[in-house]
Design a protein around this ligand. Structure first.
Ligand SMILES: Nc1nc2c(c(=O)[nH]1)N[C@H]1C(S)=C(S)[C@@H](COP(=O)(O)OP(=O)(O)OC[C@H]3O[C@@H](n4cnc5c(=O)[nH]c(N)nc54)[C@H](O)[C@@H]3O)O[C@H]1N2
Ligand SMILES: Nc1nc2c(c(=O)[nH]1)N[C@H]1C(S)=C(S)[C@@H](COP(=O)(O)OP(=O)(O)OC[C@H]3O[C@@H](n4cnc5c(=O)[nH]c(N)nc54)[C@H](O)[C@@H]3O)O[C@H]1N2
Ligand SMILES: [Mo]
Length: 807
């Protein structure tokens, strides 16, 4: 055991709370937080109760970022089953980090028949899925020769790569390191996850980091939780993750809860006080009606809006600071009260018809918010993954702003609520990317077709005025965004198949995914159980144990990239003479400089996994300093205050070249879009709105090939009984879901848990078109749109109109 005197790691006494400790201790009925138990090393090698079974600690690297502990039970070197954290006394703050079914079925993913076993080279047409086995040396020689040719002919900017999304905080930094060292690559700005809200955060709070606000532990100090499209029961679902933090914190404060979502989520599921079933894409309209009530019933915090915000009302400006004045008619207040350019009063009566929410419930929500002492208002990223997602995210930010309820205990800034601990292990240095241009993440495919035309003003290029070349090579490690996770799979597949445009596609994965089929060179990676790394998460520090040797001809990716670097003559520069194990140790020692509570490497190596207790009662809310003194701690916005009216956005609206129908607005106003409920023309043929959501059954497309999970979490189209009756559908029958972009085949799940007029399905199923072009895999992206959003140029994957018929 570790000596508390010599090293401070994880002493229980560190968990003593600065506020409300007695309340918490009492409610838990324990004195656990002041126990003097020195260290929570979780037993290392355990001989299990079953004869001859050995348990090894590993963890799950699924892309929900929970890094749950896995107890791999082996017998005679074979994996028998996977259990999870069962150590300690399981008290909130040093609770067991129990894995969900995905982690517990990891061996099924590892031993899947879809495994890539050998390096392969495409022999058929691109996308046909025909490959021949080649040696590692042949494969890497080919990669070197293809990439060198593209670099010579088009420059490094013609290589697009986006790395590291298939698993979290992963040791994948060898990929950008390698690419930077061969002269760089075109990288994305933004991502598929949160590009719209990041942009909203930038223009509202002056920094993208305010996408994430307070931690859910603040809910313990709140009396009202309002969740817009936020479903931690699915998205952060493990026993050690935010769904647990949310429930534990809520049980302490008994905060009332309002859930705003087109579907009745598992986060709601009997634990909410009010479920507002909202038409997708209309949250901004709901906010406006709530704002109307708050203004008229005098719940807004006028003093805060004056001292901390810009644009709620007329602004005098400040010439000396370069802050412009604002005419009252352009202000937010004027807009809500019908004194702005559109002259419409945003009453609940007016708005109810847009959102599909009865006006009484809008009044109820507004008054609950107005009367709450510490409302905790948060949004997930479903609402922003829409055609006007930036506007939706900006609008939701308005609720705490109007109420002056941010920067205070128990509140949130309207962003997402994650519990992040600054305990990350340092990553391998990537060096600078010599290619400065960035393309908006969602537009990489468009850059294959017309990169040379793309500029800052037309396409949101950053880091350079324009691109100098089309994208000629896609270098994809650990991703399925080449096809499955991008939009409009049928159209995307056609572009990928054209070898005159995209000259070389590199893929390295574990499985034969939809994207992998489009590779020119396809390399087999080891899976997580064949790999090792040190992970620091909010609750534990783990050095994973060796479980399996690399299977088939799979190799450790670091070694593969070192060999590839060798082909480019830069092995020494790439490796600095270190093996993978050397890097792990080196980076861990570097991390200890920032985290003195981490034990020496030898201690971690001995114990393998160590619990890091945290104090649930520690203050974890954002914007505290700004709230206290906005003049000393200004935001990085135009005015230094919260920017409700943005002059920058007014300028973009005037100067950018936007496609017809796209709109950028200086105010966070509701913006009806194409293929939304407001698109009456499209609605005639395709009357249902289709949204996706994060299924419990997989992180995106990873784990889709695990039959156990497919049995437990059915892949089906959720449809309200009213819509099913109109179409004479029966529970569980196969249906076609279609629009002008494609058709998928999937069973229907008839349920009142989705509102009428909306259908929903879990994203990430594998795109598998049959000979008629019907996607029998049921991938939602067969139906989604390639048209980007107006401001961030991001993925509008929740904005789709479809029709459904029985087959
Ligand atoms: N319609 C719709 N589309 C969406 C979304 C949506 O909500 N709706 N969500 C979007 C979001 S938020 C995201 S983040 C993206 C995610 O899209 P991606 O980042 O492409 O994520 P995955 O689909 O999980 O693909 C990860 C791939 O990495 C592979 N992999 C896992 N571990 C390893 C490893 O150790 N080595 C190697 N070489 N490969 C490995 C897996 O087998 C899998 O093929 O999808 C986006 N697409
Ligand atoms: N199980 C699981 N967990 C995951 C992932 C996964 O693939 N599977 N992916 C991880 C990743 S990479 C990310 S980025 C996060 C993202 O997580 P999110 O983007 O927050 O997750 P989603 O399920 O796409 O959307 C959240 C909710 O928004 C709702 N929604 C959709 N449109 C609207 C709308 O217009 N208005 C409102 N009010 N609600 C709407 C959906 O019904 C859903 O319940 O999740 C992470 N966690
Ligand atoms: Mo994501």
């Amino acid at each position: 055991m570790f000596n508390k005197q010599k090293n401070t790691l994880s002493t229980e006494s560190q968990g003593v709370s600065r506020r409300g400790f007695l309340k918490l201790g009492a409610s838990l009925g324990v004195s656990a937080f002041i126990s003097t138990q020195p260290l929570n090393a979780i037993a290392a090698m355990v001989i299990d109760k079953h004869v001859g079974e050995v348990a090894k600690w590993h963890n799950c690297w699924a892309h929900c970022h929970s890094s749950c502990l896995l107890k791999i039970i082996t017998q005679d070197g074979q994996i028998k089953r996977i259990e999870t954290d069962d150590q300690g006394d399981d008290v909130f703050g040093r609770h067991q980090v129990r894995a969900c079914l995905r982690g517990r079925s990891l061996h099924k993913r590892t031993f899947s028949p879809d495994r890539l076993k050998y390096p392969m080279k495409r022999v058929g047409k691109r996308g046909e899925g025909k490959f021949k086995r080649i040696s590692w040396d042949e494969a890497l020689t080919e990669v070197h020769s293809q990439m060198s040719k593209i670099i010579t002919e088009h420059g490094n900017q013609a290589i697009f790569s986006r790395v590291g999304y298939g698993k979290p905080h992963g040791p994948y930094h060898y990929v950008p390191r390698f690419l930077n060292q061969i002269g760089g690559f075109l990288s994305p700005s933004g991502n598929y996850s949160s590009h719209q809200i990041d942009t909203a955060s930038l223009y509202t709070y002056g920094d993208k980091s305010y996408t994430i606000g307070s931690a859910p532990t603040e809910i313990a100090h709140s009396d009202l939780v309002v969740y817009f499209g936020n479903n931690p029961a699915n998205t952060r679902m493990s026993g050690g993750s935010d769904t647990y933090h949310y429930q534990e914190s809520k049980s302490q404060s008994s905060a009332r809860t309002i859930i705003i979502d087109p579907q009745y989520t598992d986060t709601a599921c009997g634990r909410e006080d009010l479920w507002l079933a909202i038409r997708p894409g209309t949250d901004a309209a709901l906010v406006e009606a709530v704002a109307w009530v708050l203004i008229n019933e005098k719940y807004v915090d006028e003093a805060f809006l004056k001292s901390h915000c810009y644009g709620y009302d007329a602004e005098p400006g400040d010439v000396s600071k370069g802050i412009p004045s604002l005419d009252q008619s352009l202000s937010y207040k004027a807009y809500i009260l019908g004194k702005g350019a559109d002259g419409i009063e945003k009453t609940p009566e007016y708005t109810a018809a847009i959102c599909g929410i009865p006006k009484e419930q809008i009044y109820q929500m507004a008054r609950s918010l107005g009367q709450a002492k510490a409302p905790f208002i948060a949004q997930g990223w479903g609402p922003q993954r829409h055609a006007a997602g930036e506007q939706t995210a900006r609008a939701i930010y308005m609720l705490p702003i109007l109420l002056g309820q941010l920067g205070l205990p128990g509140t949130n800034n309207g962003g997402s609520d994650f519990l992040f601990h600054k305990t990350d292990i340092m990553q391998m240095p990537t060096g600078a990317n010599p290619v400065k241009a960035k393309v908006p993440c969602f537009k990489w495919l468009e850059a294959v077709e017309r990169g040379h035309e793309m500029t800052e003003f037309t396409d949101g290029i950053t880091g350079a005025d324009k691109l100098t070349s089309d994208v000629k090579c896609v270098f994809m490690y650990q991703g399925n965004w080449l096809l499955n996770q991008h939009s409009d799979c049928n159209a995307t597949a056609k572009i990928l198949a054209d070898e005159s445009k995209l000259e070389f596609i590199f893929v390295m994965d574990n499985h034969m995914t939809a994207s992998a089929k489009y590779a020119d060179i396809l390399l087999p990676d080891i899976t997580w159980l064949e790999n090792s790394r040190i992970v620091a998460f909010s609750t534990h520090l783990t050095k994973t144990e060796h479980v399996l040797d690399p299977m088939y001809e799979c190799r450790h990716p670091y070694e593969v990239f070192a060999d590839l670097a060798d082909k480019f003559g830069i092995r020494q520069q790439f490796t600095q003479g270190r093996s993978w194990d050397d890097w792990q140790r080196h980076l861990y020692e570097q991390s200890r400089l920032n985290h003195p509570q981490f034990p020496p490497f030898e201690v971690l190596d001995k114990h393998k996994t160590i619990r890091i207790p945290f104090d649930p009662n520690e203050e974890r809310y954002t914007l505290k300093e700004f709230r206290e003194d906005p003049l000393t701690n200004p935001l990085k916005t135009e005015s230094g205050k919260i920017q409700i009216y943005s002059h920058k956005l007014a300028k973009f609206a005037a100067t950018w070249t936007l496609p017809v129908g796209d709109k950028i607005s200086p105010l966070p106003e509701y913006t009806p879009t194409w293929e939304s409920y407001a698109d009456k023309k499209q609605l005639v043929e395709h009357p249902l709105q289709l949204i996706g959501f994060k299924s419990k059954g997989r992180p995106h497309s990873t784990f889709h090939n695990v039959p156990w999970l497919r049995e437990v979490i059915e892949d089906a189209l959720m449809m309200n009984p009213i819509d099913a009756k109109d179409r004479q559908l029966k529970q569980g029958q196969l249906v076609h879901v279609y629009n002008n972009r494609g058709t998928i085949r999937i069973p229907v799940r008839i349920t009142p848990r989705i509102m009428p007029g909306v259908v929903a399905m879990g994203e990430g199923a594998w795109y598998s078109p049959n000979e008629l072009g019907v996607d029998v895999g049921g991938c939602i992206n067969t139906l989604t749109n390639l048209r980007p959003t107006a401001l961030a140029k991001a993925n509008p994957q929740g904005t789709n109109l479809v029709e459904v018929c029985g087959i």
